[in-house]
Design a protein around this ligand. Sequence first.
Ligand code: 13P
Ligand code: SF4
Length: 378
Amino acid sequence: MDGMNALNDAVVRPRSPSNTTPEAFGLSYDDGVAARTRAAYERVKSVIPAEEWPRHAPFIDAINRLKAEKNAVILAHNYMTPEIFHCIGDFMGDSLALAREAARTDADLIVQAGVHFMAETAKILSPEKTVLIPDLEAGCSLAASITAADIRLIKERYPGAPVVTYVNTSAEVKAESDVTCTSSNARQVVEWAAQEWGSDTVILLPDEFLARNVASQTPIRIITWHGRCEVHERFSAEDIRELRDANPGVSVLAHPECPPDVLAEADFAGSTSAMANYAKESGAKKVVLITECSMSDNVAVENPGVDFIRPCNLCPHMKRITLAGVYEALLHNRHEVEVDPGIAERARAAMQRMLDLPPAAAPAQFDVKAPQRDVVVL
Ligand code: 13P
Ligand code: SF4
């Protein structure tokens, strides 16, 4: 406990965003830190060079102490860097898995190591808990693509068609929606909503590519929005063909936020966790993950026998979350994520409909050979 008090007293603010060494926060790498973080380093040594560890270990040690002191949990998305994902995360996974954990944790404090919509999701599902995000600017191009007013106009235009909203949206947008979905369960939610509302048409937004990829998996007519993930929209079918030529025998795994012609060139498509499961269980010896860069590092740690080819795109929003940021968030209880209670109640109803659906044994996979179908893009 003495060590803990010393840690709390040693509050030193970095002078500039780049000044994020442990020393700038009054932390240092010594024999005690090295011993307490040895097991963590053993986990990640295949992806973090030994000379980098003294920069990470003091933060990891301090964060783990603060978590215990504050009864806090860290929800870490699959796109976090490995020193966050494998060394301080308590629950790791895709958006759906993290939402489920947010709903059931008995911790007092949740730190979201992910982007803002994920932190809002945690607050919506656990309104009595304090939810922190290390960087308020950690946004998402999909969440930024649509507003609650847009949804109200769409509902006026298509009365009777249920609105299924991707979780990558603001609380206000979720509040206007009938039910949410993630890339793990989009087809299941769309088909459930069509049946429940007695409609052959479902509005699935805001991601045009996710909607197009879901449309090829179901006979339901899909109306969507022109939102794009700035990370996944940059992959092309030509990239995949070049990868295959350069790496014979490689298994190509793609996220369903990629364009449909990318999925058509892939061997497998699914949520971030679906891709991680496939890499683990398929027996593939050489794999490329067509998604955000940190995924390959995180999955490689757990699959030492698999060769990961690593072209990837960085998500600038996810990369705003750093060990230094998580440390400061826990130390100062910042930045607290609040959602207006009225909005949260309506958003929770949409999320709860999704969470009440029978959980699948594993995140759904997309049939990459299914023919593409037309969708209406608003
Ligand atoms: P997952 O739900 O597959 O984790 O995706 C979240 C995300 O932001 C992908 O870009
Ligand atoms: Fe949003 Fe794309 Fe980043 Fe995921 S990867 S958080 S969808 S911008």
